[in-house]
Design a protein around this ligand. Structure first.
Ligand code: V4E
Length: 238
């Protein structure tokens, strides 16, 4: 089974950063056979890394209920904001990519002042004067943000050069593993080609099915925060 999703990544707003790229990814369930397949199709292992993800939200879930995901990974802040509506509007029709119906799109912001601004916009009922001190994490408590998910992932990454895709195999420390085939498309780039390359890679890996595969957060919340999970399900965020 696999899932196709696209993540719109955006750098902070300045002249240089006006460019945006789209990260297209298809999640899939993998097994020991996947490693064999990767080898057979000529994918090259480009490394293994371990990272901790800490996700933050208010106790009222102000961010995640808006499909905004604030996390700290390897000391860096990232905010993923859903671009679903925009993406859907742009992709009406197109029989050839039924898989696109399973797409999710997220603008990814990595510039801390920009992140603080976005979060502040969402939590505007609070008095949230942010500190300009980027090293200072007092803005979290100022905005009433608490860590609701904390887990570590071991990620093995592969490239399939002929398709220009990256394949990640993630093993989370709470006992869930999920793979993804990913292509980063620069703004204005060829999304159709990316989808085709991902689709071809999925076929080469023997992935079948068109059902959504749960990401790590789905499983983490279901197991650890069922109320939060239920709320996101009922609001159709997850
Ligand atoms: C967007 C999102 C979350 C943030 C993490 O996204 P994800 O791509 O699943 O995690 P990961 O570790 O693979 O990040 P990467 O290294 O690729 O940047 S947590 C929940 N969501 C929403 C979401 C969704 N609605 N559906 C699916 C399939 N995934 C994520």
């Amino acid at each position: 089974m696999f899932q196709l999703c696209a993540i719109l990544t955006a750098a902070p707003k300045n002249d240089k950063d006006d460019q945006m790229s789209v990260e297209v990814e298809r999640k899939f369930v993998f097994s020991a056979d996947t490693l064999k397949k990767l080898d057979e199709i000529g994918a090259v292992c480009v490394g293994q890394q371990q990272f901790q993800d800490q996700y933050f939200d208010t106790p009222q879930f102000n961010l995640t209920l808006r499909d905004m995901w604030l996390r700290k990974r390897k000391g860096c802040w990232e905010l993923k904001c859903s671009m679903a509506e925009l993406s859907r509007a742009k992709e009406t029709g197109g029989e050839q990519f039924k898989a696109a119906a399973l797409c999710t799109r997220y603008k990814e912001i990595t510039n801390l002042p920009e992140i603080q601004l976005r979060v502040q916009e969402v939590i505007k009922d609070r008095d949230t004067e942010t500190s300009p001190l980027l090293q200072d994490e007092s803005w979290l408590s100022t905005m009433n943000l608490v860590c609701f998910a904390d887990f570590t992932t071991v990620r093995r990454s592969f490239t399939l050069e002929e398709e220009g895709v990256q394949i990640d195999l993630d093993q989370a420390d709470f006992g869930y593993q999920v793979g993804e085939v990913e292509v980063v498309v620069p703004q204005g780039g060829d999304m159709q080609s990316a989808l085709e390359r991902i689709d071809r890679t999925a076929q080469k890996l023997g992935l079948t099915g068109d059902k959504r595969v749960e990401g790590k957060m789905h499983v983490y919340l279901k197991r650890n925060h069922p109320e939060h999970y239920a709320k996101l399900l009922s609001e159709r965020i997850l």
